[in-house]
Design a protein around this ligand. Structure first.
Ligand SMILES: *Cc1c(COP(=O)(O)O)cnc(C)c1O
Length: 377
């Protein structure tokens, strides 16, 4: 078998799927510099604008001052310091669970947690539009993987009726490329009826939805019904890292058996220190004020109505159409990248527009005008 990477790349490119890294030369809130040009960024997941906040920068510096640069070892060896435990305590409190565990990313959280909890003879039932980390984790677990069409509860129920072993239902609160919500209340009713567990990934809901930005389950008042609360520190919390919050016995098991936790160096203690600050900001008045501003921006782009999330997809279909639209918006001074297969289905290419609380009214008005000029409604 020949290693013809060049031909493989050319074929990929010919399908309009080629991607390249873009070097952002500077970032100042929602304004970035790319190829020497200033663009207003409408593609970040930093929904509350905390990533650029002085408070978080100061917390990181303070963390480095107190705890040094590196963690030095994995958590179980000698990498657990006080800021890790403080962060986990504050995440558990934020999510209303007994316990929580942090990982180096959201991706690593899924890859560690799911295979530690289910394996051969068990069943994972997952929404078709779930994030790659959840799909990869389910595959890695060795459990039978069953997929239901997006938010199709009748099909979910059929799969629950025939599932074997431990049964884990996996879904998200906000779907990352469509910006819509799962039918959480009914999914919970179903998983309870069939004695399954639910893993809910709140990556795009934390910070945006619910009291104190605690997410969709909190908004609906059904946090206690979710068995495994997953999330990331890298979106509205503005930093990086992932977490799983659950009952004490689950977390203690993950500390023993989640391979991406056990065999990976601990999160930087300075980062853990700053993340605790990020939760405090998000859950407090800073978060409340920023959520109000974010919602005003979203309503402006959504005909005055509140959209389900901070993600507004503009679906174009053809890969080439999405690239061309993104290019035109860039020429007009806005960064809104095209999202294509394999991130979304073939022929469902789109612009994925996100707002952040730190966009100004002037920036919002300019974008609204440009979108209208280009025929988006
Ligand atoms: C971004 C994302 C992740 C991964 O989180 P990282 O911290 O970026 O690794 C997991 N699940 C969903 C739904 C996401 O959108």
């Amino acid at each position: 078998m020949k290693w013809d990477i060049q031909a493989q790349s050319e074929a990929w490119n010919a399908r309009g799927l080629w991607r390249e890294l873009r070097e952002i030369e500077s970032v100042s809130g929602p304004v970035i510099e790319l190829h020497g040009r200033e663009l207003v960024n409408f593609s970040s997941n930093d929904y509350l604008g905390l990533a650029g906040s002085e408070e978080l920068q100061d917390a990181l510096y303070e963390g480095v001052d107190r705890y040094g640069a590196g963690a030095g070892a994995s958590r179980l060896v000698c990498g657990t310091q006080s800021p890790h435990l403080a962060l986990e305590k504050s995440l558990a409190q934020f999510k209303g669970t007994e316990s929580a565990l942090v990982f180096s990313s959201g991706y690593a959280t899924a890859l560690g947690a799911i295979p530690a909890l289910v394996g051969q003879g068990d069943t994972v039932i997952i929404d078709k539009l779930c994030h790659a980390s959840l799909v990869d984790a389910a595959r890695l677990s060795g459990a039978v993987l069953r997929v239901f069409p997006h938010n199709h509860l009748a099909r979910l129920e059929k799969l629950l009726q025939t599932a074997n072993g431990r049964v884990l239902v996996v879904t998200e609160s906000i779907f990352s490329m469509d910006g819509d919500r799962s039918d959480l209340a009914n999914i919970i009713e179903l998983k309870n009826r069939y004695g399954a567990w639910l893993l809910l990934d709140e990556a795009h809901a934390v910070g945006v939805l619910g009291p104190q930005g605690r997410g969709l389950a909190a908004e609906l008042g059904i946090e206690a019904e979710v068995d495994l609360h997953m999330g990331t520190l890298s979106k509205a919390l503005g930093l990086s890292g992932g977490y799983l919050a659950a009952k004490r016995e689950v977390i203690d098991w993950l500390i023993n058996r989640a391979r991406s936790f056990v065999y990976s160096t601990a999160m930087l203690p300075s980062l853990a220190h700053a993340a605790t600050k990020a939760i405090e900001l998000m859950a407090g008045s800073v978060g409340d004020e920023r959520r109000i501003r974010l919602m005003q921006h979203l309503q402006q782009l959504n005909g005055g109505k509140s959209p389900p999330s901070a993600i507004l997809p503009l679906i174009l279909g053809e890969e080439s159409a999405a690239i061309a639209a993104s290019q035109r918006l860039m020429e007009a001074g806005f960064l809104i990248p095209a999202i294509r297969y394999p991130t979304v289905a073939r022929g469902a290419a789109r612009l994925r527009l996100t707002c952040t609380a730190t966009h100004t009214k002037v920036q919002m008005d300019a974008l609204q005008k440009e979108l209208a000029t280009q025929g988006f409604h």
